[in-house]
Design a protein. Structure first.
Length: 150
């Protein structure tokens, strides 16, 4: 699936669509993604700010998607662990950006070259339009090369 097709599909996917999450961009080379979450009555918490589950959801799949599509079909990539630190209330649109560098991919390739697993951590920040940090999200992936077929 191309990045453009995946972006369109994710924007129609009910959990994202009804939560107010919109995938704004996925780079053609799978090196980055950008996501927006709009505040609405469907994703407000008791205090009138963004529901924490929606903040986490807007970040959830992107590191795994970028890594698996950048490394290729000879790798297994799974989410292993996730954590979120709520920094300030989100009261309007918020954004998250994901940038995967070639250096990080090389680290993973090196760590898994002998068949070992790698457990890299990735971080993203949820910000408001004025760059106020709303949350910091960390995701750990499980990555391993698939065994060679004889």
């Amino acid at each position: 699936m191309s990045p453009k097709t995946l972006r369109r599909a994710m924007n129609w996917w009910p959990p994202y669509r009804f939560a107010g999450i919109r995938v704004l961009d996925i780079a053609e080379d799978w090196s980055s993604a950008r996501v927006r979450l709009r505040l609405s009555r469907l994703n407000r918490n008791y205090f009138g700010t963004h529901f924490g589950g929606s903040l986490f959801s807007m970040n959830d799949p992107f590191w795994a998607l970028l890594v698996v599509n950048s490394l290729g079909k000879e790798y297994i990539v799974w989410d292993k662990t996730g954590e979120i630190d709520f920094v300030s209330p989100g009261r309007g649109d918020v954004f998250a950006e994901f940038k995967l560098t070639e250096d990080r991919l090389e680290e993973i390739r090196s760590a898994t070259a002998d068949g070992s697993k790698a457990l890299p951590w990735f971080e993203s920040t949820v910000t408001s339009p004025d760059a106020t940090v709303v949350a910091r999200v960390r995701k750990q992936l499980y990555v391993r090369r698939k065994p060679a077929k004889d």
